[in-house]
Design a protein around this ligand. Structure first.
Ligand code: HMH
Length: 221
């Protein structure tokens, strides 16, 4: 039998929480078509602010890869992530204008502020590359798994939300997440017990913050 990675072990061990983050009621409501559009718009506006904070976080992971990585290839994967965020921000602006959302007036909600604060804390040079890349992987993987579910077989996702689901649910994004997972697994395999523990705690924290992030839109259900 093939030896499984640390990430896979954790995903199994914490599968209820993982499931809570990737099969949230908001995602299920997109998939079954019952989504309240106000909830979607609220999510979109908040996520734009999140992604703005995500850019410097990913840049900080790039710096850690350059300083700490034992493999040249890591930098290209992360650099690709940085580059695609420019397009993502433009997409948010186009999408917001389609829905009549004025992004300059969006006020971050509590869960969003808390999550952006976590990103900022992860930018510290004191946070190890292994911990940061694990967080990076799980942040991306939650969206990949969530939105891929909305375009899967028998999904009744409304036409006007399909482009959003494709953004994170598409095959290329899945491959990118797999590359991040491979990097994280390679690092975790070599990590000290102390670093492993820190990375696992971070993995759980991100999942919890993702659930809280989805929950923000509940006020509009
Ligand atoms: C809250 N988590 C959140 N927003 C995102 N855009 C992603 C993950 C994926 O990039």
């Amino acid at each position: 039998e093939k030896k499984i990675g640390v990430i896979e072990t954790w995903s199994r061990k914490h599968r209820l929480l993982f499931h809570g983050a990737t099969r949230h009621p908001l995602i299920l409501s997109i998939r079954d078509g019952s989504i309240n559009i106000a909830s979607f718009k609220s999510w979109l506006a908040q996520d734009y602010l999140f992604v703005r904070a995500f850019v410097p976080f990913v840049a900080s992971v790039l710096i850690k890869a350059w300083k700490e990585s034992d493999e040249n290839g890591d930098m290209e994967v992360i650099l690709g992530g940085v580059a695609s965020l420019e397009d993502e921000l433009s997409w948010f602006k186009r999408e917001a204008s389609k829905w009549g959302i004025s992004l300059s007036e969006v006020v971050p909600q509590q869960a969003n502020k808390k999550y952006c604060g976590l990103l900022e804390s992860l930018m510290s040079p004191e946070v190890e590359y292994t911990v940061a890349i694990t967080a990076f992987w799980v942040i991306e993987a939650v969206y990949q798994e969530s939105f891929a579910h909305c375009i899967g077989e028998d999904s009744k996702t409304p036409q006007e939300l399909k482009e959003t689901c494709e953004r994170w649910g598409n095959e290329a994004f899945a491959k990118y997440c797999q590359s991040l997972q491979n990097i994280a697994n390679r690092r975790l395999q070599k990590a000290s017990d102390e670093e492993l523990k820190k990375a696992e705690v971070m993995f759980l924290k991100v999942l919890e913050y993702e659930v809280d992030f989805w929950n923000m839109s509940k006020g509009n259900v």
